[in-house]
Design a binder for this molecule. Structure first.
Ligand code: 1HA
Length: 272
């Protein structure tokens, strides 16, 4: 597949397949098991924003460079008081905003996981819509061992995925789980041999790309809404407005305002 890539990113590789509708975002710090620092998260955010804004992109894949890790969470070597410290000397927890960005992106986001998805890296795969795991993948939360926790989606969304007992086990014991166990727990969609990971991920992406983008968009918003309270309803509601703006009835109101006449909604049926 021909790709366009952005060259000035240091911590992330961004590729878009021309004509195929797939954007691929790769965390590229393999020497640290793809741990993220503030810059990594800023770059990821830029990539996700581009993938959202680009109407040719229909599915986004998030992965890690190499086969040893998807992402090992926050880079502990730059952790300071109040967060992870970037080049500007300021401590941040900006990955929390990235989690929201992934959930809010109105297109499917697929985590393609080889090796470790642990700590904040495990949460990133959980907030993706689907996870395709290689048979060497390892999942878990390490926070309680290294003096950290994610009491947001990292806890509440996990409990929705695996149930309350398993979520408490994952967090309180901070054990690691292999790919098959993760599959049994409902943490991942499928497990494939490592050398088939990309191929299988593409099969899933292409299958989604053949389906109605609006259906997928509204379904993602609906599944989010059940968990996200008012923010979720706002996201789902935005989709209703988007569709209404495309309708004759919605347009009659705008047209009438612009023509300085009263709107005529009488021809629009009140459906049962
Ligand atoms: O909880 C949060 C947050 C909560 C709220 C809001 C924001 C949050 C943001 C982040 C986080 C967190 O992510 S906390 C959890 C942080 N992550 C970890 O505790 C995982 C630490 N790493 C490991 O447990 C292991 O490295 C590993 C299971 C992923 C892989 O083990 P392996 O294959 O034996 O490799 P290892 O030798 O340990 O690692 C290779 C190199 O990568 C090491 O460096 P080297 O000795 O070669 O110089 C290792 O230090 C480095 N590395 C791996 N993970 C990290 C890391 N360096 C910094 N930070 C890491 N996370």
């Amino acid at each position: 597949i021909p790709v366009v890539a952005r060259e000035d990113l240091t911590d992330v590789i961004y590729e878009k397949s021309i004509g195929e509708g797939i954007a691929k975002i790769t965390i590229n710090r393999p020497e640290r098991r793809n741990a993220f620092r503030p810059r990594t998260v800023q770059e990821l955010s830029w990539c996700f924003s581009d993938a959202r804004e680009d109407p040719d992109v229909g599915v986004v894949v998030l992965t890690g460079a190499g086969s040893l890790a998807f992402c090992s969470g926050g880079d502990q070597s730059v952790r300071g008081q109040g967060g992870y410290v970037g080049a500007d000397g300021i401590a941040r927890l900006n990955v929390l905003d990235l989690q929201i960005q992934i959930r809010r992106l109105p297109k499917p986001v697929v985590a393609m996981v080889a090796g470790y998805a642990v700590g904040g890296g495990h949460i990133l795969h959980m907030v993706c819509d689907l996870t395709i795991a290689a048979d060497n993948a390892v999942f878990g939360q390490t926070g309680p061992k290294v003096g950290s926790f994610d009491a947001g989606y990292g806890s509440t969304h996990m409990a929705r995925l695996v149930g309350q007992k398993k979520a408490r086990e994952m967090w309180f014991l901070a054990r690691l789980y292999d790919a098959q166990e993760a599959h049994r727990m409902g943490l991942v969609n499928t497990v494939v041999p490592l050398d088939k990971l990309e191929e299988e991920t593409l099969v899933w992406c292409r299958e989604m790309l053949r389906n109605s983008p609006t259906a997928l968009r509204v379904l993602k918003a609906a599944l989010n809404a059940a968990e996200d309270g008012q923010a979720g309803i706002q996201e789902l509601g935005g989709n209703a407005t988007l569709l209404f703006y495309q309708s004759e009835e919605g347009n009659e109101g705008r047209q009438a305002y612009m023509e300085k006449r009263p709107p005529n909604f009488s021809k629009f049926k009140r459906l049962p």
